[in-house]
Design a protein around this ligand. Sequence first.
Ligand code: ADP
Ligand code: MG
Length: 219
Amino acid sequence: MIRTESLVKTYVLGGDTIRALDDVTLLIGDGEMVAVTGASGSGKSTLMNILGCLDQPDSGQYFLADEDVSRLQKDRLARIRNRRIGFVFQTYNLLPRMSALENVELPLLYAANREAKDRAEAALRTVGLADRMHHEPNQLSGGQRQRVAIARAIVTNPAVVLADEPTGNLDTHTSREIIDLFHSLNAGGRTIVMVTHEPDIAAHCQRQIRMRDGRIVED
Ligand code: ADP
Ligand code: MG
């Protein structure tokens, strides 16, 4: 599902060159559930953003479902992201003036889908929010907001769901519920890659990848 060859991503900031990704080669099969761990600054988000087609590497290659997406133009990359990837962020990234339902419909509107509302409702039911569809984000708890974000990530029925510290802002109990939700999505056949700094969450994944200084040091 995901194959990278020698990904390199460098940032230049104030005369300093930072190798955020330093030769990352990775193979993730269809239906795997992978936890990515590592200290702050080790390159986890940089990797996730490239895997999620939100960013591109300086060099190296990235094949998503056998398609080389390493050098695509921005608009083609956005289309592939919309079709194949659901992305969940630590801080939910919901639009504030829109209801849960409207937030979840958004990815479908970009794809001009007439059944958007039905599918958004189904996605919200999947994440256990049938009774909160018309609430706006500030009327929801952190855990509920993250459920909305997960519904938005799965509404296009992507094969891959990527999550960058999805429980980073949540208490232990709520984190557990969100992780259970990712496990059930994985049981339904989706490939999941999730960044977490919590060892017990990582331990519940099939596979753990640990990063240090832009490299994979354990897999
Ligand atoms: P992590 O998610 O593991 O905390 P990141 O991927 O965010 O790590 O960052 C990896 C390294 O790249 C860090 O040293 C960080 O400071 C640097 N970095 C990340 N994004 C940028 C950017 N946009 N500009 C400059 N440096 C960046
Ligand atoms: Mg990060």
